[in-house]
Every structure is written in C-alpha cells, then in structure tokens.
Design a binder for this molecule. Structure first.
Ligand code: SF4
Length: 342
C-alpha cells in the first residue's frame, strides 16, 4: 500500500503542472504532441485534470478565439439500417423505439434548415440512416434541398450519408454541399467490437474520397463504448493523420434495445479530460461536442468549452431530445463566448 502511494507521488511529479505547461507552450508555438505524450496526458488523474483543462482552454482560445460553432441536424431518413453498430438505435439489428421513415421531402429538409438559422446554427447537416444514400430519387431529393438552402444563404451545408460513391459526392457538391460528415466511431483496434458489417477502412476511405472531391470533412466518433483511454488517443491520431477539419465527439447515451443499453455513461471528469487531450493533439481543428452531452456532463456542460471544445450541437439529436436552444445560447454567452457567424 505504502509503495503504491509512493509510486503515485513520483508519477505526479513527472506528469504534473510543469509537464502539462511545457506541452501547452509547445502546442501554442506550433509544435506537435507525440503519441507517448498524449498517452501520459490521458492517464492523468485528480488535480492534474484541472491543470490539463486550463491548458486546453488556453489552446482553444489561442486558435479559435471566443467563437463557438453551432451545428444543427435533421434526421432525413431514419431507422432500418442494415449495419450493426452496437450503440445505434437506428440499426435494424436491434429493437428500439427510434422512428422509422424513408427519405423525407425536400421541403421538410429546407424547413429544418430555416429553423437551424433561427437557433443561430452556423452549420446544418442532413443525416440519413443506412449504409449509403441510393442514387436516383433519394439523391435527387437531397440535391433539390441543398440547392434551395444554398440560395437562401447563411448556413454551411453538411451531410452525413454513409459510404457514398465518388459520382454521388460530386453531384452533391455541384448541388451546394460544402462539408461531408462520416464518423470513424472509435479506434481501429476497437472497431471490430462495435461493428461487423463493414470495415474500418471503408470509413477511412470515405473521408479520404470526400477530401479528394473537395469537401471540408467532419469526422469523429463516440466514447463510452468500452474502449480504453489509450484507444481514444489512437482515434485522435488517426484523425490527425487523415487531417479532417472538424471533429464531432459524441458520448454514449445508452439506448434501450441496443447491444450497449446497459453500459454506464462516461464519468464527466473523464469526458472532459478526453476533450482536453483532443485539443492538445488537434489544436487547430474544430472540436464539436455532440451527442450525449446532457447525460454525460449534466451540470458540468459549460466545462466542455473550458476543456477545449469550440463547438456543440443545438436542437435535437437523431433519435433523442436535445436541450432547449435558448438554454444552450445562454450557456455560451454566460461563458463570454459567441455563436460563430452571428
Ligand atoms: S451508426 Fe449509422 S451505419 Fe451504424 S447502424 Fe447507425 S445509422 Fe447505420
């Protein structure tokens, strides 16, 4: 017992405030945090988590200023997905209460975009369930909606449509899509534990292709699936390697009927520490804390920004309710921050 306390003390001395501050200084001057250094940060405990967050907050402020990117989504096609992602209420492999419907009319997508603008969203994302949107009627509906949303202006247009062909991506770009979202979900080494119906490489290639077509890319994952802290660093390094622009970080909100319905949510301080490590590893990127914010952080939600995030989702999630938009805006302004673009 005595020996382990002593060991912990020695570790504290090695990886304490001076260590965190030296990495912060390096990042602020354009340097890079190595894998080993990131692993030492993700293993921090106790008081050091507060020190880590303070540094991550300064890094956020240095690269992102006081603006917060707000994203809104519309669930344009819901349920009956043939994929078996273990956390997802929309997978046909599970019996859940998630709504089931085909691709909605363009008018409904356009109406959701107008609502997003009212909520002071900077980005509007059209999300569909399924492995990919089909060419033909489904794709046409999306293109019609995108053209109209573009002509009305004021929103960055994003979509999350699965593993698309290059031809479809080009068509969407011509219709006005600016950013393509596709999550890796988790680390490569953990992915077989959460999905057996497609390969990790399919997801990586989708993002690479979207970049080649000329899209901004939005790509992240979900924590609390049973992955280790080290695997969270692994995913961050993959995202750094692919060089995505925006990183949505979701936290599991266990959905009844899915394979992960009984998993505990990520402890709030562990979640904040994870956000902070992502800011150290991806200092110039947009880090958007999305699904599971309310259930994971509860009253600590404002701390996602002081831990390094510079964006969040406003409005409802795909199959679960979000906070009142006015509450989210008040939280942001109370922190001295401002919604980007307004
Ligand atoms: S996460 Fe996406 S691909 Fe996976 S089951 Fe859900 S809708 Fe399908």
């Amino acid at each position: 017992m005595k020996t382990s306390t002593k060991k912990a003390k020695i570790l504290d001395l090695n990886i304490g405030l001076p260590y965190i501050t030296s990495l912060e200084e390096r990042v602020l001057s354009g340097g890079v945090v190595s894998e080993d250094e990131a692993l030492s940060l993700i293993r921090l405990e106790g008081e050091d988590i507060y020190n880590l967050m303070a540094s991550a907050n300064r890094i956020r402020n240095h690269f992102k200023g006081n603006s917060v990117n707000l994203c809104s989504i519309v669930n344009a096609k819901s349920g009956l997905c043939p994929e078996d992602c273990s956390f997802c209420g929309q997978s046909a492999h599970f019996e859940t209460k998630a709504p089931v419907y085909d691709m909605i009319e363009p008018e409904k997508i356009i109406a959701a975009a107008r609502k997003a603008k009212e909520m002071k969203s900077r980005e509007f994302s059209i999300v569909t369930s399924g492995k990919a949107v089909e060419e033909g009627e489904e794709l046409e509906r999306l293109c019609t909606a995108l053209e109209q949303i573009k002509s009305e202006g004021g929103l960055e247009r994003c979509a999350s449509l699965g593993i698309m062909s290059r031809e479809s991506l080009v068509k969407l770009k011509d219709a006005g899509l600016e950013s393509f979202h596709h999550n890796l979900e988790t680390a490569r080494s953990f992915f077989p534990n959460i999905c057996s119906t497609h390969e990790y490489e399919d997801d990586v290639n989708t993002i690479r292709m979207a970049k080649e077509v000329g899209f901004e890319t939005c790509c992240g994952g979900i924590f609390g699936l049973g992955e280790s802290l080290e695997q969270r660093v692994e995913m961050a390094l993959t995202l750094r390697d692919i060089d995505v622009d925006s990183i949505p970080l979701n936290f599991l909100n266990p959905i009844k009927g899915t394979a992960l319905e009984n998993r505990p949510t990520v402890p709030p301080m562990e979640g904040l520490k994870t956000i902070a490590v992502y800011r150290f590893l991806l200092p110039e990127k947009d880090i958007i804390v999305s699904g599971g914010r309310e259930v994971t952080f509860r009253d600590l939600q404002p701390m996602i920004f002081t831990a390094g995030a510079n964006g969040t989702l406003i409005g409802n999630y795909l199959t679960t309710q979000g906070s009142e938009p006015e509450r989210v805006l008040t939280m942001i302004r109370d922190l001295g921050l401002e919604p980007a673009g307004y």
